[in-house]
Write a protein that binds this ligand. Sequence first.
Ligand SMILES: NC(=O)c1ccc[n+]([C@@H]2O[C@H](COP(=O)([O-])OP(=O)(O)OC[C@H]3O[C@@H](n4cnc5c(N)ncnc54)[C@H](O)[C@@H]3O)[C@@H](O)[C@H]2O)c1
Length: 396
Amino acid sequence: MVIKPKVRGFICVTAHPAGCAAHVQQQIDYVKSKGPVRDGPKKVLVLGASTGFGLASRVTAAFGSGAATLGVFFERPSEDGRLATPGWYNSAAFTRAALDAGLYAKNINGDAFSDAVKRQAIDLIKADLGQVDLVVYSLASPRRTHPRTGATHKSCLKPIGAPYTNKTVDTDRGIVSDVTIEPATETEIADTVAVMGGEDWEMWIDALLEAGVLAPGATSVAYSYIGPEVTWPIYKNGTIGTAKIDLERAAKKIDAALKAHGYGRAFISVNKALVTQASSAIPVVPLYISILYKIMKAKGLHEGCIEQMQRLFATQLYNGSALAFDDGGRVRVDNWEMRPDVQAEAAKIWPQVTTENLAALTDIEGYRSEFLRLFGFGLPGVNYDADYEPHVPMPE
Ligand SMILES: NC(=O)c1ccc[n+]([C@@H]2O[C@H](COP(=O)([O-])OP(=O)(O)OC[C@H]3O[C@@H](n4cnc5c(N)ncnc54)[C@H](O)[C@@H]3O)[C@@H](O)[C@H]2O)c1
């Protein structure tokens, strides 16, 4: 099958198996080029392991520290004649590379919010690894079926209290326009907290502790975003930000539980704004990212998910380093994004951007090519006019 990108709004409905594999290999090569992360994790559970920050965390653990990894994700597998989602191809490529390097790598493709997947993970850890010493919580989902009530909650990206009007960009067509987003209802806020807040992270840690599969001294980390004021009504002070406050609440509770369990720790890492499947769905944010990329690339400060996670592991979590917390108790690898000189330039460009000057004032081209790379398109060494087999079974 000759596989081409088919972009529909903020999603690409096709994915390229060889391109996704090349994308994963780039991440592996980057981590290897940085050298080993000393005293790193040995046995790692990654929740949301197939794309974005979760995949980058898994690659860093495996190829930076030689860790055994169990990855949990929710992806559509390929079938004969039918393409998978990119996370499936990424995970297949990661697993192949890890196994070839002599590393343990297994996967669970299912709903991480369910009790069944938690049980499956615990059984696999018991059978193969005994215990894990790092749990990465990197789920980004539009919905969650609650395992106790059976209710399905849908998350939304809306402001709270008042409508929010700002610029946004149709990244596909390059059109800058004003968008007004009506405020969320109380139910929508509660639903978003139910999906993207901390309850499920707590349920995972409770289940792992109860089953005795968390090593004494284990670490757990979840990811958050804060960003500049221009995005606060839709992010930090909106429904998703409210969910992130709940994630911080959970971090404190989990930290206390892990401290009691052999001096472990749990914390939130605030990461940089990056093009991922999750962030491309947020209004206003892609325009900010396009501006940010332009500035950070010019200053030689640009990082992708893999650079961010390698830096988190090498300068905060392991390698003889200590966690540096902000006054909210969070680790900040968004520190380069939030540098005053970077933010001052972003604030200057923001009001000037129009459809006409989008290409000149922002890195919309970089945004688009990075978006396509998420789906395996635009990678060097892949012949996009050639036939590729869409069905890639998960290596075991
Ligand atoms: N992208 C950004 O700019 C950014 C910045 C800072 C923090 N973050 C945070 O990082 C975390 C990860 O986001 P991302 O941008 O890497 O997202 P992503 O969309 O690339 O990855 C989401 C992962 O979650 C998995 N997943 C979704 N629903 C699932 C389910 N029900 N069961 C099992 N797995 C499921 C997917 O398979 C995938 O592996 C989120 O907490 C997000 O808020 C993102």
